[in-house]
Design a protein around this ligand. Sequence first.
Ligand code: ZN
Length: 196
Amino acid sequence: MIPVGPPPLHAANLRVSDLISTSDHTWNWSTIKQYLPMYEPHIRRLELGFTRHVDSLVWLRNNNGIYTTGSGYGLKNSVSASPQFHNFNWQIKLWRIRAQPKLKTFLLKAAVGALAINDQLATLGIGNTTGCIRCGCSETIEHVLFHCSWAKLVWDLAPLSPIDWNSIDTMLDFLMESSRAMVLPPIGITNASMPA
Ligand SMILES: [Zn+2]
């Protein structure tokens, strides 16, 4: 795909139906070559259906075609994630964790950057500091949950198999590492903390 600028005034209200011949219901190639020449190879791969629905905006990330903030964040995270995450569907795995719903909701909020910590609040113009109240470092979600010395003390007490904290820079890193971390006795649960 090639980024394109704003459409010219005479094409501002162009719709998909304008690219389809009304007489025989086939692609109108002269119009496509005129307005969207860069997409012609893509359009040539699209078979036109016979049911003639009216044009509508469809968000492909949801089955019902309706945009949601969660799916938008999911797309953002999947695009920015490194290749190792492409087969790791954290949105599905997160809801399969055997834990209270409020904990899953908390993890989801952390994953999509929706926790009210100073770094996030500052971007909204709320508060007058981005620093961690315990150590003074920049209070990001990753800092509060993993990198702050206080957070490390808590993790050291948790009955988990060793976690390589040096490899964890983002919540996605953490969720992926969680699928490998084992919950150890005395809790008595020996499966992974997140479904593999
Ligand atoms: Zn701190």
